[in-house]
Structures are given as structure tokens and as C-alpha cells.
Design a protein around this ligand. Structure first.
Ligand SMILES: Nc1ncnc2c1ncn2[C@@H]1O[C@H](COP(=O)(O)OP(=O)(O)O)[C@@H](O)[C@H]1O
Ligand SMILES: [Mg+2]
Length: 257
């Protein structure tokens, strides 16, 4: 059994699209036939459950991290897609797991049989909220100077830790005051792996609790299809179901997206 490939979705700023990208990356990989777990590790603003219509999963990550609950018993299944979800819990005050707890949690995750584990994280870069065993990270920014500049620090830290990472630009509107991809590539050194457009289907889908990836015509979905394929190629385990149709193809036909 191969270890799951763990992808950490990070940002320095909040509100740039980490959760949106985490949830839809999980769904897109599942649609290709992969076994996927999404972990809501954002103890500042845990909203993965809201995106998936699983509002009742308000515990999981913290209890498992602290050794108070068993991982397998804390996982919920999102039945429309089949992704597995370790829900998040909001913490009053700063909740910072210690290094021993993080190591133990990483070992637990690595011992599962998922193909992919997607970790949605709180904004920022404190050493303690860093999950050392992630195989890869994506740093989400918006195409403005504040998000681009603030995420530089995160990219440097990941670089020092030899953590493979790429830059994902979200909410691109192609306005003349936005930074363009060349300027952002110059800042980070050719690490941009995707440009997600500003797309009204995203807030619409969150309001209706259906991941935007299931809206086949959404511009965001087209980019996510390509982005997720890149990760699928990273692992040697072939997807269990044929790509293209999959569960979500079926669901799209049934519910008419
Ligand atoms: N590509 C996009 N197009 C339009 N709205 C978006 C897009 N990505 C994110 N959003 C909106 O931005 C808000 C914040 O996104 P979220 O994924 O919660 O950010 P984060 O997890 O980084 O705090 C969401 O309410 C969502 O509707
Ligand atoms: Mg979030």
C-alpha cells in the first residue's frame, strides 16, 4: 500500500480561496477515481463542512490531533462525491498543536490508504501549524501586490524546508491594475501552477452547498480539471474509475449541471 500523497493548501492572507480550492481539488481528484480525504485544519475559520453541506461535522481535526479521538471514527463521507472529510473545529484563542502531536497526526495520516490527503489550513506560517510531512504545498494568492508580497515569506519558509510548492493565483479578472502572471512569476521564480478566474459560480455553489466542480460549465471548473490532473500524474497509483465520466459525471447528468 502506497502512502497517501499529501497536499497542503496554504496562504499568508485569509479569504484568498484556500478552502474553495481545497474542496474542489478533493472533488476533482475523486472524480478521476482517486480515494481522497480532505482535512479541515483551519482552526481559525473551519468551513469545509459548509462548502459540502456537512454543517454538522464540527469536530474531528482537533480531537484527533490531541489524541482524544480516533481518526477513522472521526471521518465523515460526503455521499454525493464519495470524498472523506475530517471536519474542523473552531478554537477559542490560539490553538497550536505541539510538534509531538503534529508528528503523531502526520504518522496517522500517512498510515491510511487514501491516494490523496488535501489539508486546508489557517492563514499564516507559524512553525507549529506546519505539517512537516506534506508532500507538496500550493500557496494561494490573489493577483494584487499585498497577497503576492505577503506570500513571499511563506514561499521562502517552504523553500528552506525543502517542501515542493507552487503558486496558485485565484480570482483573476484580467483588470489592468492586477499583477499579471509574468510579474508574479518574476517574484516567485516560475512557480505559478494555475490561474483560477473570478467566477460567480463559486459563491453561488457555496450558497447551494454543491462544490463548484460539479457545475461543469463553470470557468473555475475547467481550470480545476487541469490543475487536479497535474497532481494525479504525481502518483503512480492509477485511478480506480475511468476518468471523464466518474461519479460526478453521473451526478452532473442526473441533476442536470
Ligand atoms: N475564483 C473565485 N471566484 C469568485 N469568488 C471566489 C473565488 N474563490 C473564492 N471566492 C470567494 O471568496 C470567499 C473566500 O474564499 P475561501 O475559499 O473561503 O478563502 P480562504 O479559505 O482562503 O479564507 C468565498 O466566499 C468565495 O465565495
Ligand atoms: Mg478557508
Amino acid at each position: 500500500m502506497a502512502n497517501p500523497y499529501t497536499i497542503r493548501i496554504s496562504s499568508q492572507k485569509g479569504g484568498v480561496g484556500k478552502t474553495t480550492i481545497s474542496v474542489n481539488l478533493a472533488v476533482a481528484l475523486r472524480n478521476m477515481g482517486h480515494k481522497v480525504l480532505i482535512v479541515d485544519a483551519d482552526y481559525v475559520n473551519p468551513v469545509v463542512g459548509f462548502h459540502l453541506g456537512l454543517e454538522n461535522i464540527n469536530k474531528g481535526f482537533k480531537s484527533v490531533m490531541l489524541g482524544k479521538a480516533n481518526l477513522a471514527n472521526s471521518i465523515s463521507i460526503h455521499s454525493p462525491t464519495g470524498i472523506h472529510v475530517l471536519g474542523g473545529e473552531q478554537s477559542s484563542g490560539m490553538y497550536e498543536p505541539n510538534q509531538a502531536q503534529i508528528k503523531r497526526f502526520d504518522r496517522l495520516i500517512k498510515s491510511t490508504s487514501y491516494d490523496f490527503v488535501i489539508i486546508d489550513t489557517p492563514p499564516g506560517f507559524s512553525q507549529n501549524n506546519f505539517f512537516g510531512n506534506s508532500d507538496e504545498a500550493a500557496i494561494v494568492i490573489t493577483p494584487d501586490i499585498q497577497a503576492t508580497a505577503s506570500a513571499m515569506r511563506l514561499s521562502q519558509i517552504f523553500g528552506k524546508l525543502h517542501l515542493k510548492h507552487s503558486i496558485v493565483i485565484n480570482r483573476v479578472r484580467n483588470r489592468r491594475w492586477e499583477l499579471n502572471v509574468e510579474q508574479i512569476e518574476d517574484t516567485y521564480g516560475n512557480k505559478v501552477s494555475a490561474l483560477f478566474p473570478e467566477d460567480d459560480s463559486v459563491p453561488m455553489s457555496i450558497a447551494s452547498k454543491i462544490p463548484v466542480f460539479m457545475y461543469s460549465t463553470a470557468p473555475f471548473t475547467k481550470v480545476m480539471e487541469k490543475f487536479s490532473r497535474g497532481y494525479s500524474l504525481q502518483i503512480s497509483v492509477p485511478p480506480a474509475a475511468p476518468s471523464g465520466g466518474g461519479i460526478i459525471g453521473w451526478l452532473r447528468r442526473v441533476i442536470g449541471f
